[in-house]
Design a protein around this ligand. Structure first.
Ligand SMILES: *Cc1c(COP(=O)(O)O)cnc(C)c1O
Length: 384
């Protein structure tokens, strides 16, 4: 039983995108590690299949948002180190130890909680220390490390394997905070060295930052978006990437509307001519944004056609006037069809958001179908 609306995930594309990033930062022997970000269910692509594909492609570390995501990856058969970005202060820390995750220490409270748990278990744990250089989200403030860090790390239990930060304005070329954050990070590393903290690795760059400036690469980069084949809009074309997700559906009904009539909730935007509409069984519960009504497009029969009427919970209507469209015809909501292409970056621009959000909101009821490329079923291709 397969619903007509489903996501086709091209794991070969994800592997190729990973290699593209790796060669951009110097190749496997270039010394810059690629920490592959698979948080939020692999940006909607399915965390476990994506993670296993990346591991098979040679990834040496993954990153996710919280302990629960990390445990899911381990249960799915991932063996390589997994960095957890999130704050751990109010989490159940069991998973960190039982599933060998690499936590981030991003606040004194988190450090205390981890230290207590490590000592209770009579063990030590490798962690990454996060420095807040201007994002004002998680991390130890860059300007008082000498006061906060020694206290947070006092006593046994925590091994600081890496130090990292995160940029707030990597996509905004005009914003001075980007360079300021980099300088603050350099200074913070100096302060930490004076405190006797000499991490094996330093990292800072997400997709936008690593494309923007090689000075952000340090010892590792942390791309998410790029792995899924989408570049941050300001850097589109910099890397050779292939979008990994195609969101498919099918026309379930075709009917006529008279001039002056409207389609959908709100009865807005009456048509001015006789119009043929097709009903497609995908709506906001599948992740389509309601603001796409009257603005977005889909592909049918290789043509780009507008979404008209309203985006409902379970369906949209599209204007197929003049096209030979019948129930059963394939509709592509995201991805390519016969040379046409609707990218996550285009949809994001249409509704005023970032491409990350478009990928992540792919609905939980959407079945993901995995394509390993040569037609082999993924379950066979990926079994170790
Ligand atoms: C999500 C995230 C990334 C990846 O960001 P992209 O823009 O998708 O490359 C990197 N680092 C941290 C800390 C993140 O939270």
């Amino acid at each position: 039983m397969v619903r007509p609306t489903y996501a086709q995930i091209d794991l070969d594309a994800i592997r190729a995108n990973f290699r593209s990033v790796l060669s951009h930062v110097g190749g496997p022997s270039g010394g810059v590690e690629v920490i592959a970000v698979v948080k939020a269910n692999g940006y909607g692509h399915g965390a476990v299949p994506v993670a296993r594909a990346l591991e098979a492609a040679g990834a040496t570390m993954l990153a996710c948002a919280d302990i629960e995501e990390g445990v899911e990856l381990r249960r799915g058969g991932v063996h390589i180190p997994i960095l957890v970005f999130g704050a751990l202060s109010v989490s159940d820390l069991d998973g960190v130890f039982s599933h060998e995750l690499t936590p981030t220490i991003s606040s004194p409270f988190a450090a205390r909680a981890l230290r207590a748990e490590a000592s209770r278990r009579g063990t030590r744990i490798r962690c990454h220390l996060k420095i807040d250089t201007g994002m004002n989200r998680l991390g130890f403030r860059y300007d008082n490390l000498a006061d906060t860090v020694p206290m947070a790390l006092a006593g046994a239990g925590l091994d600081i394997d890496a130090v990292y930060t995160h940029f707030a304005t990597a996509e905004d070329l005009a914003h001075p905070l980007f360079d300021t954050q980099r300088e603050r990070f350099d200074a913070a590393l100096g302060t930490l060295a004076e405190l006797g903290i000499r991490p094996r690795r330093r990292h800072a760059g997400n997709s936008a930052a690593l494309l923007r400036d090689h000075a952000t690469w340090f010892d590792a980069v942390r791309p998410g978006l790029l792995l899924y084949g989408v570049a941050p809009p300001v850097w589109s074309g910099r890397l050779s990437l292939k979008p990994a997700m195609t969101l498919h559906s099918r026309v379930v009904a075709v009917k006529g509307m008279r001039a002056g009539e409207t389609a959908g909730y709100g009865a807005r935007d009456a048509v001015t001519r006789p119009t043929t509409i097709a009903v497609v069984p995908a709506g906001y519960a599948d992740g389509l944004d309601v603001r796409l009504a009257g603005r977005g497009s889909v592909l049918v029969r290789g043509r780009r056609v507008p979404i008209v009427g309203s985006v409902c919970m379970d369906s949209i209507t599209i204007d197929v006037t003049g096209l030979d469209v019948s129930p059963g015809d394939e509709v592509v909501l995201l991805g390519s069809q016969s040379g046409g292409m609707i990218g996550a970056d285009e949809v994001a621009a249409t509704i005023g958001t970032v491409p990350h959000e478009i990928l992540c909101r792919t609905g939980s009821r959407i079945v993901r179908s995995y394509d390993a490329g040569g037609g082999a079923p993924e379950s066979d291709a990926e079994t170790p």
